[in-house]
Ligand binder design. Structure first.
Ligand code: FAD
Length: 472
C-alpha cells in the first residue's frame, strides 16, 4: 500500500475544477479536518474559470444555465454538501405549477400522463400500444445478466411504441443519448433490480405499494423517493462559485494538465508549465482527457477511458415578451421523439419552472439540440444553430418576434454516454485504483452523469483516500 509521506499532511492534486473536482477537493479537506489531518490540496483547472459545465450567466434579468439547470433533491450526498456549505437557505425548488410535461408526437403536443388512470384516457399512445404495456405483467423476467440496451429492455417489456415514443425521447432528454446504445445496467440500474428481484416493473411497483401499506411509510415513484428539480437563488453556478470561494487558495487556473507519472512512491503531475509532486491524484477531468494524461501509467485503463463516447449538446436560450409567443408556455417542458420533423431534442420553459429566472412579462425557452442521435450538429456554425432554433421555436410555439434575450452555449463533447460495456470499463478503472492507491477517477464520465452522480462520487473518493491514509 502506497503511504502518504506525511499521513496528516498528504499532498493531493485534483485535475479539473468542474463541479466534480471542486466537490471532491472540498470533501477531502472537510473529512480530513474532522480527523485532525490537513491535506495540501491543489486543484489544477485548464480554463481561466472554474465550474466546468456548471455555470450560470445573468444578463438583462435572465438567468441562463450553461449546463445543469438543477438537481433532483433525493440524493443525500448533494444535500450533505449543500448543508456543509451553508447553502440550504439558498435552495429553490421547481414551481409545482410546472409539473406537466409534454411529448410532441405526430404533429401535436401530448401531455405525459402521470398516473395509470390518466395514461388509460390519454391520447399519447394508441390503444394497441396501451394493451401491450398492460401485458408487461406476463413478460417473463430475464435474469441472465446480459448488458441489454435501454431500448431493448423497454421494447421487450413494454412494446415497440413505448420504447420509441416514450423511452427514447426521455433518454435524449436526460442523457442526450440514444436508447439503442445506452446500457440499462449503467444508466437505470433500478430497472434491472425491479426485473431481477420482482419479475417485472409492474410487479415491483405492486410490491412497493404493498410494502408501503404494511409499514405505513409512503415512498415515491418506482425508481426511488419522489424528487423535485432544485436549484439555487442565483442558479446552479452558485454551487460552483461557493465551492470555488471555499477553496480559493487551492485553485490554479490556466493549468492544462498533460500527464501523470509515477516517480518512486509519489505521483508527478505535469501541466503546460509546471510539475507537481503528490501522494494522491484525483482525475476529475472528462475521461477522454484522463486517457491521455494517464497513458504512460496504464495502457489498458487509457483504452477504457477512450472508449467512453460523448454526445454533443447545444443549448439555445431565448427570452421572449409574453405577447410575442402564441403558445402558453406554462409547463415544465417537452421532448420530441426522433422521426418527427424537428431537430431539437426538446425545450424547458424556464420561467414556468423557476419564475425568479426571468424578468416579469417574459418567457424563456431553453432548447437542446444535438445529442447522440445528431452528432453532425457540431458541423453547424453558431449562426446556423441559432437559425435552426429560431425556426423550430416559431413552428412549435407560434413565436412572432425576435427574442429579447439570446444565448447559445455549445458543448461539442457535452455528456458522457454510458454505452454497453460501460460498467466493465469502470471496473477496469477500479482495478487500476486498487493497484495504484492514490490514483482516482471521478466526475460525470463514470458513475453518474448528473450533478447528483458527481456529488455522490465526491464523497466516495474522499472516503477512499482517507481509508488509504488510515484516517478513518
Ligand atoms: C447541456 C447540459 C445540460 C445538463 N443538465 C443537467 C441537469 O439538468 N441536471 C444534472 O444533474 N446534470 C446535468 N448535466 C450534467 C452536468 O453538467 C454534469 O454532471 C457536470 O457538469 C459534470 O461535472 P464534471 O466536473 O464531471 O465535468 P465538467 O463540468 O466537464 O468539468 C471538468 C473540468 O475539467 C477541466 N479540464 C479538462 N481538461 C483538463 C486538463 N487537461 N487539465 C486541467 N483541467 C482540465 C475542464 O475545463 C472542466 O472545468 C448537463 C450537462 C450538459 C452539458
Amino acid at each position: 500500500m502506497r503511504q502518504a509521506a506525511d499521513p496528516l499532511r498528504p499532498r493531493v492534486v485534483v485535475v479539473g475544477g468542474g463541479i466534480a473536482g471542486l466537490a471532491t477537493a472540498y470533501m477531502i479537506r472537510t473529512l480530513a479536518h474532522e480527523r485532525n489531518a490537513d491535506p495540501v490540496i491543489t486543484i489544477l483547472e485548464s480554463k481561466s474559470t472554474t465550474g466546468g459545465a456548471t455555470r450560470t450567466d445573468h444578463a438583462d434579468g435572465f438567468t441562463c444555465e450553461w449546463g445543469p439547470n438543477g438537481f433532483l433533491d433525493n440524493e443525500p450526498a448533494t444535500l450533505e454538501i449543500v448543508k456543509r456549505l451553508g447553502l440550504e437557505s439558498r435552495l429553490v425548488k421547481a414551481s409545482s405549477h410546472a409539473s406537466k410535461r409534454f411529448i410532441y408526437h405526430h404533429g401535436h403536443m401530448r401531455e405525459v400522463p402521470l398516473s395509470p388512470r390518466a395514461f388509460l384516457t390519454s391520447d399519447i399512445l394508441p390503444a394497441g400500444a396501451k394493451f401491450r404495456i398492460a401485458l408487461e405483467l406476463a413478460v417473463p423476467a430475464k435474469r441472465n445478466g446480459e448488458d441489454e440496451t435501454v431500448y431493448d429492455f423497454a421494447r421487450r417489456r413494454l412494446g415497440d411504441s413505448f420504447a420509441q415514443y416514450m423511452i427514447d425521447p426521455m433518454v435524449s432528454g436526460i442523457f442526450a443519448g440514444n436508447a439503442k446504445e445506452l446500457s440499462l445496467r449503467a444508466v437505470f440500474p433500478k430497472m434491472v433490480e425491479m426485473e431481477t428481484e420482482h419479475g417485472g416493473l409492474f410487479r415491483a411497483m405492486i410490491a412497493k405499494i404493498r410494502e408501503a401499506k404494511r409499514t405505513g411509510k409512503v415512498s415515491g415513484g418506482p425508481g426511488g423517493a419522489a424528487a423535485t428539480l432544485t436549484t439555487f437563488v442565483n442558479g446552479m453556478g452558485e454551487l460552483t462559485e461557493t465551492l470555488t470561494n471555499e477553496l480559493a487558495g487551492n485553485i490554479i487556473t490556466n493549468a492544462d494538465v498533460q500527464s501523470v507519472k509515477l516517480h518512486g512512491e509519489m505521483y508527478e503531475v505535469a501541466t503546460n508549465d509546471a510539475v507537481f509532486s503528490a501522494d494522491a491524484v484525483v482525475l476529475a477531468c472528462p475521461s477522454y482527457v484522463a486517457a491521455d494524461i494517464i497513458s504512460e501509467i496504464s495502457y489498458n485503463a487509457a483504452e477504457c477511458l477512450r472508449a467512453i463516447p460523448f454526445a454533443p449538446v447545444d443549448v439555445v436560450a431565448h427570452g421572449h415578451r409574453i405577447e410575442d409567443v402564441g403558445h402558453p408556455l406554462d409547463v415544465f417542458g417537452f421532448l420530441i421523439p426522433r422521426g418527427e420533423d424537428y431537430r431539437a431534442l426538446g425545450s424547458l420553459w424556464c420561467d414556468a419552472i423557476f419564475p425568479n429566472q426571468t424578468p416579469d412579462g417574459t418567457h424563456m425557452l431553453r432548447t437542446m439540440i444535438g445529442g447522440a442521435h445528431d452528432p453532425q450538429i457540431v458541423n453547424l456554425s453558431d449562426n446556423e444553430v441559432e437559425q435552426l432554433a429560431t425556426s423550430e421555436h416559431r413552428r412549435l410555439f407560434d413565436v412572432r418576434r425576435e427574442p429579447v434575450f439570446k444565448k447559445l452555449i455549445r458543448h461539442p463533447k457535452g455528456i458522457a454516454q454510458y454505452t454497453r460495456g460501460h460498467l466493465e470499463r469502470v471496473a477496469e478503472l477500479d482495478f487500476l485504483e486498487r493497484q495504484l492507491p492514490g490514483l482516482i477517477f471521478t466526475g460525470a464520465s463514470y458513475r453518474g452523469v448528473s450533478v447528483n452522480g458527481c456529488m455522490k462520487d465526491a464523497i466516495r473518493v474522499a472516503n477512499t483516500l482517507l481509508n488509504q491514509w488510515r484516517l478513518n
